[in-house]
Design a protein around this ligand. Structure first.
Ligand code: UD1
Length: 375
């Protein structure tokens, strides 16, 4: 394997690519980075390139916002000539976004093999555009790098047995690489934000289906504003309407989206994390902070089964009950997500695979579980 084209486009993908890009480079692989331009706001993009010392993308498709069909169609048309010019051995994609689908579909149509990081996650809710992306991309991929046993089992149940590598979670790799930095910055960070450790809630909301339920979100915010502690709320641009009324809150403290290390500080200092984010549920569990998820389902089932996370949707009564019953489970969930070496395993697998040329049959290894997981 010589040359990889990686396609990314959103905040969580910038974060996930940080440890993987380093590992690919260390393994002597050439990575050409293509950014779709899905997240273009500086608070969702530029700050991560600085914080995580990411290589600037070689190409930016500048697709921007739009419907799913627009982002997918336009993205594919803009990516195709790049893949034809670069002739990569494979295209690497992360997670479940439009960028993931664009990368995988364009590559597959050109006969270029696809590698999918964070394969096998399922919410089993086909109303979610992300769920459609996950299923499509997993079924197009030659290398499926799964984070957990549950994700690997999901793939096997769909008949995917070839090319499956349970490597651990690259988000754990990222947390482990930056946790020490966040721990040493924590006291200053708390002082700067006028917060006390263990005495505030951290809230994030950004998902499209949350943003569309304005009245329900408003009720949740009104309820949280009546609680006995401050609520730090980094506001995603999609939720910017909240800012127009933020002056009326006494407990909720709105701020701009945080950079990655600041976000780790915010989680470490919080008593409980309240979120509709996928990644944050897991980071809370990894950093041993209880989480209440303002969704009705999750892809990270183990966070629920272990007691680190509760699902409440946007129901105020369920949220109230969850906050009353929040507890810190005795067992850490960290080892569920591997050992922080997922990125190196991915790089190793790809580096050891003989180069596949465009249009050729991808070279499969037999199904191996590289990393046994306790859960
Ligand atoms: C979800 C979607 C994904 C979509 C993305 C859009 C799922 C399973 N995935 O991912 O398809 O593209 O939303 O954003 O639903 N963070 C910061 N600063 C902040 C807030 C979050 O650094 O102010 C970090 C978190 O620590 C975490 C990551 O961003 O590492 C999570 O990103 P988020 O935008 O919440 O995305 P997901 O819900 O994980």
């Amino acid at each position: 394997m010589q040359k990889i084209v990686t396609v990314i486009g959103t905040r969580p993908q910038f974060i996930k690519s940080a440890p993987v890009s380093k590992a690919l480079q260390a393994a002597g692989l050439t990575e050409i980075l293509v950014e779709t331009g899905q997240h273009y706001d500086d608070t969702l993009r530029a700050i991560f390139f600085q914080d995580l010392h990411l290589t600037l993308p070689h190409y930016n498709l500048a697709v921007g916002s739009g419907s799913h069909a627009y982002q997918t169609g336009e993205g594919m048309m803009r990516l195709e000539p790049i893949l034809l010019a670069e002739q990569p051995d494979l295209v690497l994609v992360y997670g479940d976004t439009s960028a993931t689908l664009v990368g995988a579909l364009t590559a597959a149509k050109l006969g270029i093999p696809v590698a999918h990081i964070e394969a096998g996650l399922r919410s089993f809710n086909r109303q979610m555009p992300e769920e459609i992306n996950r299923v499509m991309v997993d079924h197009l991929s030659s290398w499926l790098f799964t984070p957990t046993t549950i994700a690997s089992d999901n793939l096997r149940q769909e008949g995917i047995k070839q090319g499956l590598y349970q490597v651990g979670d690259v988000m754990l790799d990222a947390v482990l690489q930056y946790e020490q930095l966040a721990q040493s910055a924590l006291q200053d960070w708390l002082f700067e934000h006028n917060l006390e450790a263990g005495k505030y809630y951290l809230l994030t909301l950004h998902r499209a289906e949350t943003a569309h339920q304005k009245a329900a979100v408003q009720s949740v915010l009104d309820f949280l504003d009546q609680q006995d502690r401050p609520v730090l709320f980094p506001v995603h641009p999609r939720m910017s309407w909240v800012l127009s009324q933020s002056k009326q809150y006494k407990n909720i403290r709105c701020c701009s989206p945080l950079g990655y290390v600041d976000m780790l500080c915010a989680v470490l200092g919080a008593s409980t994390v309240l979120t509709d984010s996928g990644g944050l549920q897991k980071e809370a569990a990894i950093l041993e902070r209880p989480c209440v998820t303002l969704r009705t389902e999750t892809e990270w089932i183990e966070t629920i089964e272990s007691g680190w996370n509760q699902l409440v949707g946007l129901s105020v009564s369920a949220l109230e009950a969850a906050l009353k019953s929040v507890a810190t489970p005795a067992h850490s969930l960290r080892s569920c997500y591997g050992d922080g070496q997922a990125s190196h395993r991915i790089a190793q697998v790809l580096a050891e695979t003989p180069g596949a040329t465009t249009g050729a049959e991808p070279v499969y290894q037999p199904t191996v579980t590289i990393l046994p997981h306790p859960c």
